[in-house]
Unconditional design. Structure first.
Lengths: 209, 209
């Protein structure tokens, strides 16, 4: 199993965490987003969506990190990421999508690039944009989280933590003040005490710049 | 079961389609996004995320349309939206997220509002922004679709169609030229021959302006 990855891609970071949590044997294949390698012929022949990450399996190549995570969770049931009854699973997905749909896509590198190149937005306003969507999203998420737990839900990592940790990592890069979100900050700190999370972090990747 | 909805909200539109396909008895409760009713006390007491849609069930209120759709699919197995083996399910989710994560969030009303109010982007550039993300997304999606089918996958509607149809509806509002995406256009036309889809369309809602 091969994961096409870029050290700073949040979506690839999610899948790296899941592969580690489930202890699935895999190879990481770096694709440099800053050099637009994801738009190159070789990568497009693997994943016509031209986005990272993509998982190459015996059955074919799968794009979309959330689809990959659901697929891994179904085919490698050890350490389930989405667990409990239907309502509990819905809570995990709700928290996950509050990050993966409501924050991440708007702050993606290609969107930030469009702001700079097409709309001539300066760096200060671009960074404010980044922080705005994180802050609006984290404010809502903080309300949904339960104070009692080390993880987003219950006492073991779920899909929600897999989505949240990369988002916090990037928020810190953009100087979001995490003291405003004590529950999220505590979950981030706790997750990073686990090797599955810290080994997946951007600075610990072979392609880290 | 109550669905908090706004006629033009793509995410609410998805859930309306699913409720129809599964023939689940439900009540639609309109929340006017243009009047910011989703930020009002009454709605926030139901859904602290302050976004549409939300589904009120006997177990509580659930936000995030994709979480709602997965929950409905698990609890109301008639007319499954995500079906087949793990790999086939992954393909359905991949196509769904290519719309729900890669296009929709960037073109959401709150993002367009931010462009106008915070970045003083004029209407022409804002409409171009809208079309850009649809066009980039549809171009990739078109490559992933199989010419042979009436629906995104196989011969019955899936989560992918539930996500795609509202996105095409909105793309048409923004004058995206759909002739560039013949497979998507054909799926859209075919889905709309089904009452479950056409009854859920914005113009057929009681709160349609």
């Amino acid at each position: 199993m091969k994961l096409y990855t870029y050290f700073r891609s949040s979506a690839a970071y999610r899948v790296r965490i899941a592969l580690n949590l489930k202890a699935i044997d895999h190879e990481l294949v770096p694709v440099n987003l800053l050099k637009s390698e994801q738009q190159g012929e070789h990568y497009l022949s693997k994943n016509p969506q031209g986005l990272l990450p993509a998982l190459e399996t015996e059955e074919g190549v799968l794009g979309q990190s959330l689809a990959i995570l659901e697929y891994l969770d179904e085919t490698y049931p050890q350490h389930p990421l989405i667990y409990g009854n239907a309502w509990e699973k819905a809570q995990i997905r709700n928290l996950s999508y509050a990050v993966a749909c409501d924050i991440h896509p708007i702050d993606n590198l290609r969107v930030l690039k469009y702001l700079s190149t097409e709309l001539a937005v300066d760096d200060e306003a671009k960074n404010k944009w980044y922080r705005h969507w994180v802050e609006v999203g984290f404010e809502k998420l903080e309300l949904l989280l339960d104070e009692k737990h080390d993880f987003c839900v219950g006492d073991k990592p779920s899909l929600a933590d897999v989505c949240l940790v990369p988002q916090v990592f990037n928020a810190l890069r953009f100087n979001v003040d995490m003291t405003a979100y004590p529950k999220i900050a505590a979950i981030y700190a706790h997750c990073n005490t686990l090797a599955a999370f810290s080994d997946a972090a951007p600075q610990n990747q072979l392609d880290a710049g």
